[in-house]
Design a protein around this ligand. Structure first.
Ligand SMILES: Cc1cc2nc3c(=O)[nH]c(=O)nc-3n(C[C@H](O)[C@H](O)[C@H](O)COP(=O)(O)OP(=O)(O)OC[C@H]3O[C@@H](n4cnc5c(N)ncnc54)[C@H](O)[C@@H]3O)c2cc1C
Ligand code: SF4
Length: 464
């Protein structure tokens, strides 16, 4: 008999007043008994609605049934038959709008905690020494280059390697992982875990070359004509930050979220001076934006010792694109939400360092092109807040380098590479693309789904 509790079993978590001073993981997940209890809420529905909500079609009821029976390693095999990065997806996927939004248990009560169960299984398998390929995969003699080592590139590389291709991933930064290592903070996604997932791919035979900026060190055309690659997948992400274009954005102490988070996550600025990169937030920091990136930056600023941290967002909480869980976690940790507020100017002191920010209050008008109600300035609402750090987290676009150095590669006016949704095929022969480089900033699982589809299409084309 299934467990008919209407509530999803909560995961273990660090206390908010403790965790807002450290970079250790906030959620500690389920233990074995908790995982079995939560798994027993699944009805094992024949029509599998939850699977249709997963961009990589994880066989959800099958793996959950195995968890309920305590067969955790078998459950791992089921998950990894379609998802190469379960420990990552179990932590950062927006399950509430994907698989869990389709779960029939969610009609009356909470959906099954699919994400928490996926995370549990992946962690259990890692702790019990299951990883890596079971046998060596022979080469089929064909070479594929992958540009970018984020979730799109890594998934594409793994799938192609399994099919026998010699795959080389070229990564511009000195560490592979894309946003998983430089953007999403340690307290949401421990970097040791990302490294472990990547080393599984390397053990399978995927070669990763770091410090290789494609378009500078070598072009896409040269990869094919001089280095003999038969096809290329471009998964170069959307790493170019947008700014507000208001006075004062070039003052010291104003960061793009990208720079702020890269200093902290990739360069480990929170351990300065043991590490080389410093970061200074002062007593009060303001983060402009309302997405996951803004929540991450605000929660990092708090952990770095800022007494007051504001989220400054021009719409209301309802329109915030961040995951509900991230908003709740930020509030619990003491972040102050200044909603319906927009900055108009940042002020500096005589040395060029930020000292204050002027904002206006907003009201919501008619819906705009995005379907969200357009914010309109409230008359006479101008006010100034004292801040020493401002982080701009209002979105990113693809970096134009590949577009500018690849003749014949068609792109959108905003920089996204134009690629077929089902295959990732671009306008250039044997060049495929997917993930944020095509869609603009989106999600880990959508990037993985795109990498998967492109790998299948590359295999089909090269097998002809
Ligand atoms: C702070 C933050 C928090 C987020 N939180 C979540 C979340 O909770 N859940 C979620 O699902 N999504 C989240 N996202 C979004 C998610 O991380 C991205 O959608 C996803 O990583 C996109 O994957 P990708 O492989 O397309 O690109 P990326 O992860 O951006 O990887 C692209 C890689 O390509 C490299 N590259 C770029 N240009 C070149 C070049 N010319 N040559 C060689 N290499 C190059 C980059 O250095 C990078 O390593 C978050 C994003 C950010 C920034
Ligand atoms: S929809 Fe929910 S209850 Fe049904 S199989 Fe999927 S996870 Fe289980």
């Amino acid at each position: 008999m299934p467990n008919m509790s209407l509530k999803k079993l909560p995961a273990r978590e660090q206390d908010p007043n403790v965790r807002n001073k450290n970079f250790l993981e906030v959620s500690q997940g389920y233990d074995e008994a908790m995982a079995m209890e939560e798994a027993s809420r699944c009805l094992n529905c024949k029509h599998r609605p939850c699977v249709s909500g997963c961009p990589v079609n994880v066989r959800i009821p099958e793996f959950i049934k195995l968890v309920a029976e305590g067969k955790f390693l078998e459950a791992y095999d089921v998950i990894t038959s379609t998802n190469a990065l379960p420990a990552i997806c179990g932590r950062v996927c927006p399950q509430e709008t994907q698989c869990e939004s389709k779960c029939v248990r969610g009609i009356k009560g909470d959906p099954v905690g699919i994400g928490r169960l996926e995370r549990f299984v992946a962690d259990y398998a890692m702790q019990h020494g299951v990883a890596g390929p079971k046998e060596e995969i022979p080469s089929n003699g064909k070479k594929v280059a992958v540009v970018g080592s984020g979730p799109a590139g890594l998934t594409c590389a793994g799938d192609l390697r399994k099919l026998g291709y010699d795959v080389t991933v070229f990564e511009a930064l000195h560490t592979p992982g894309g946003v998983l290592v430089y953007g999403i903070p340690e307290f949401r996604l421990p970097k040791a875990l990302v490294r472990r997932e990547i080393s599984k791919l390397e053990e399978m035979g995927v070669s990763i070359k770091t410090d290789m900026v494609i378009g500078r060190c070598i072009s896409l055309d040269e990869l094919m004509s001089e280095e003999g690659y038969d096809a290329i997948f471009v998964g170069s992400g959307a790493g170019l930050p947008r700014f507000q274009n208001i006075p004062g954005e070039n003052l010291c102490g104003v960061y793009s979220a990208n720079e702020f988070l890269t200093r902290i996550n990739l360069m480990k600025a929170y351990s300065f001076p043991e590490t080389d990169t410093p970061i200074k937030v002062g007593k009060c920091a303001a983060v402009v934006g309302g997405g996951n990136v803004a929540m991450d930056a605000a929660r990092c600023a708090k952990r770095l010792g800022a007494e007051t941290v504001y989220i400054v967002y021009r719409r209301s909480e309802k329109e915030m694109p961040a995951r509900v869980e991230e908003i709740e976690h930020a509030k619990e940790e003491g972040i102050i939400f200044k909603l319906l507020t927009n900055p108009t100017e940042i002020h500096g002191d005589e040395n060029g360092f930020v000292k204050a920010m002027t904002c206006v209050e907003m009201e919501l008008g008619e819906p705009d092109a995005s379907g969200r109600r357009r914010p309109v300035v409230k008359k006479g609402s101008e006010h100034t807040i004292d801040v020493q750090t401002v982080v701009i987290a209002i979105g990113n676009s693809p970096n134009p380098l590949i577009k500018d150095t690849t003749p014949g590669l068609e792109c959108q006016s905003w920089g996204g590479i134009i690629a077929d949704e089902e295959t990732g095929k671009t306008s250039k022969p044997f060049v495929y693309a997917g993930g944020d480089a095509v869609t603009g900033a989106a999600t880990v699982i959508l990037a993985m789904g795109a990498g998967k589809k492109a790998a299948a299409a590359i295999h089909e084309e090269l097998s002809k």
